[in-house]
Design a protein around this ligand. Sequence first.
Ligand SMILES: NC(=O)c1ccc[n+]([C@@H]2O[C@H](COP(=O)([O-])OP(=O)(O)OC[C@H]3O[C@@H](n4cnc5c(N)ncnc54)[C@H](O)[C@@H]3O)[C@@H](O)[C@H]2O)c1
Ligand SMILES: [Zn+2]
Ligand SMILES: [Zn+2]
Length: 338
Amino acid sequence: MESLVCVTPRKFTYQQAVKPVLTPGQAILKIRRIGICGTDLHAFEGTQPFFNYPRILGHELAADLVEADGAPDFVPGEAVTFIPYFNCGHCIACRSGKPNCCSQLKTLGVHIDGGMVEYLSVPSYSLVHGNGLSHDELALVEPLAIGAHGVRRAAIQPGEHVLVVGAGPIGLGTMEFARIDGGIVIALDINEERLDFCRNRLGVHYTINAQSPDVFERLAAITNGDMPTVIIDATGSLRAINTAFSYMAHGGRYVLVGLQKSEISVSHPEFHKREATLMSSRNATRADFEHVIASMKAGLVEPTNYITHRVRFDQIEADFESWLNPDTGVIKAMASLG
Ligand SMILES: NC(=O)c1ccc[n+]([C@@H]2O[C@H](COP(=O)([O-])OP(=O)(O)OC[C@H]3O[C@@H](n4cnc5c(N)ncnc54)[C@H](O)[C@@H]3O)[C@@H](O)[C@H]2O)c1
Ligand SMILES: [Zn+2]
Ligand SMILES: [Zn+2]
């Protein structure tokens, strides 16, 4: 079978690989869609920390099930997606119902070879029923589940003001699920095009350019002086993360979905007087995947809002570099095969 290997930074090669055979506890998938994520772009660029080459990328996947061991509810031929973070099953996080932050977590396409292949073997426990969704929709479930998980962590009450900082693919999904939970969403980004997209395509209630000098005053005006009770970072920018502490209401929660490498700093008295809660949000759980699927089925999330670029599997190598350029307006590039 064909596979696409990232052999070193900035170099892909198509290679013949051995088609996987069924082993106990595993499922064989015929891959149909591969969504391209920021992690794939950073791995290709060579800027993803702790990343080893060669590596087959790809973890946002839709597939048809070929055969499975230990998945009696699943029917061969059925369209599926799966949870691409494989957990150990016995660490404290796994024992506490938090397999998304397992201490031994292996993410497909990052720590182990991923989905840029024709056929893939995955643990049967990771399978998720497609529930009648299209392959395009199923390949969007994982990236949307990241935002849905951040929103779950925030436990939004209807009518709360939710400030989402960063309107990339992860932030956009976060805004959608904050809205679905009844939040009044405020989008903050430095990119006007992305803010336009939030307003015009996602129906986000308020947008603010983070470079404007009166961000604080505008937030105060929108919230009747209260400030947002929930802030969710989806930038991965240290500056944005540090700045947003000052936008938080007293008694507020701050969820970090975005990730960066340095140390966060916050004024302890400012944090203390708010009795604020700071949380990180890693990956997503089965409940988040199912929530995303149900929301898509209910028409609450429109997949065509996300897919801006389409290629066939054999064109990924040629087009990949162009998706690093923000001028292409890429939100989600989607590759098809099979
Ligand atoms: N929680 C998880 O498990 C998980 C999973 C996937 C990605 N992520 C992280 O989520 C973050 C977002 O991912 P993405 O793919 O959407 O990235 P992206 O780069 O496409 O989007 C980031 C957005 O933040 C905006 N931004 C940058 N600096 C800003 C600032 N100072 N103020 C306001 N906005 C600013 C950018 O203009 C951009 O629109 C990354 O840090 C990524 O690592 C987390
Ligand atoms: Zn991803
Ligand atoms: Zn574990």
